[in-house]
Design a protein around this ligand. Structure first.
Ligand code: PRT
Ligand code: ZN
Length: 205
């Protein structure tokens, strides 16, 4: 195998998907030496390197063929609006993208969102949802800690990822509408390579 054929898989560097993604690769029979802080971790027993990235960057790396595969949340993939083949849906990283409002708010039904301000890190998915529901609301793009924005009067509602619901409860927010159900998925670059099929067979995909 030439060095150009050495495959790359993009995995979240740190965060909720990192450990389960590495566990999946190990379950495929791959082994990795401890890598310290390096962003590229070679597999010891297969022609494969793991690229450790921010999850938000994974679809871009994969769509451009810099990584042959990637493991990322469907929520991130959908927000990036990059069309890529999903090869496998995993049992980890399960969550929902939801609109939530303060418990004491008058927002209870979809129509109550009309004219309101909604803070989110998912402006594209929220815009699509509002358009589909024929609602006009102001989208406030925020990159993190979205749940504090109603208290600070930056927004009337939020659109964020919910798993247990504990974060919403802690901020006195009530989940109302689901935009997307998400889990971690294995995505594939559009670049054709012989080595890819062999790798997928090794992983029973
Ligand atoms: O650094 P990097 O950009 O790579 O990481 P990140 O901080 O953007 O992502 P990270 O590690 O938080 O999440 C990675 C992926 O895990 C997400 O894109 C989802 O696909 C998935 N996932 C699963 C979650 C959650 N569960 C989750 N609970 N992502 C985020 N959360 C956050 C949510 O934003 C909210 O703040 O957890 C809080 C809600 O959790 P509950 O349990 O209190 O409801
Ligand atoms: Zn991220």
């Amino acid at each position: 195998m030439t060095s150009q054929e050495r495959l790359k898989i993009a995995v979240q560097k740190s965060g909720r998907l990192n450990q389960a993604s590495m566990d999946f690769l190990v379950s495929c029979g791959l082994s990795f030496a401890p890598n310290g802080n390096s962003l590229i971790r070679p597999c010891e027993n297969y022609d494969l390197d793991v690229l450790y990235l921010r999850d938000d960057d994974i679809p871009e790396y994969v769509s451009r063929g810099v990584a042959d595969f990637g493991i990322v949340g469907e929520n991130v993939l959908a927000e990036k609006q990059i069309k890529l083949t999903i090869l496998k849906k995993f049992d980890f990283g399960k969550c929902k993208l939801m609109i939530a409002a303060p418990a004491n708010s008058e927002i209870k039904e979809l129509k109550d969102l009309e004219g309101e301000r909604i803070a989110t890190s998912y402006p594209k998915l929220l815009a699509n949802y509002l358009k589909e529901k024929k609602l006009e609301a102001a989208i406030i793009p925020i990159s993190g800690s979205v749940e504090i924005t109603p208290d600070l009067n930056l927004a009337d509602a939020i659109c964020d990822i919910v798993q247990t619901g504990n974060t919403l409860t802690a901020h006195n927010l009530v989940p109302l509408f689901t935009l997307l159900e998400s889990r971690a998925v294995l995505i594939e670059s559009p670049i054709v390579k012989e080595a890819k099929a062999k790798f997928l067979a090794k992983c029973n995909i």
